[in-house]
Design a protein around this ligand. Structure first.
Ligand code: FES
Ligand code: FES
Length: 156
């Protein structure tokens, strides 16, 4: 049975009607129109659906809309714009850190979560920070360079 839930997404309030156990990913994509988080596996195995919830990386395929209600949800759309990309987005562009791009939103969100906690990660920390994010195109070496570039940019 549908219920109403109040969500704060990228700083804006939204009221959605959904079954309580509907994955947040479906609500973001189908009800709110934010399509950067992608469906990959639906089982916390690929990271394509990553968003931030209260600043922590989360798998939106497995978080219910009920559990996300009342929290701050951030998607890739909330980081920057094409005109003014976030430094992490700019770094991914500069390093050409994508091929098909299906994993990229999740990787950028995971990078944001990593750099918020560790502004100067070494390669081991980057590997651990992004270990939940699969890239079937094999863009990892460019992704790692993008993370290092973003860290330098953010450090000024
Ligand atoms: S779709 Fe959520 S982890 Fe793969
Ligand atoms: S760029 Fe295609 S899956 Fe990563």
């Amino acid at each position: 049975m549908s219920e109403q839930f109040k969500l704060t997404i990228n700083g804006k309030s939204h009221t959605v009607s959904a079954d309580a156990d509907t994955p947040l990913l479906y609500v973001l994509r189908n009800d709110v129109g934010l399509v950067s988080p992608k469906y990959g596996c639906g089982q916390e195995q690929c990271g394509a659906c990553n968003v931030l919830i209260d600043g922590e990386k989360a798998f939106s395929c497995s978080v219910s809309v009920k559990d996300a209600a009342g929290k701050q949800v951030t998607t890739l759309e909330g980081l920057g714009t094409p005109e003014q990309p976030h430094p992490i987005q700019a770094a991914f562009i500069a390093e050409q850190a994508a091929q098909c791009g299906y994993c990229t939103s999740g990787l950028i969100i995971a990078t944001k979560a990593l750099l918020d906690k560790n502004p100067n990660p070494d390669m081991d920390a980057i590997r651990v920070g992004l270990q939940d994010n699969l890239c079937r195109c094999g863009a990892h070496s460019r992704v790692f360079r993008a993370v290092r570039r973003a860290a330098r940019e953010l450090a000024g």
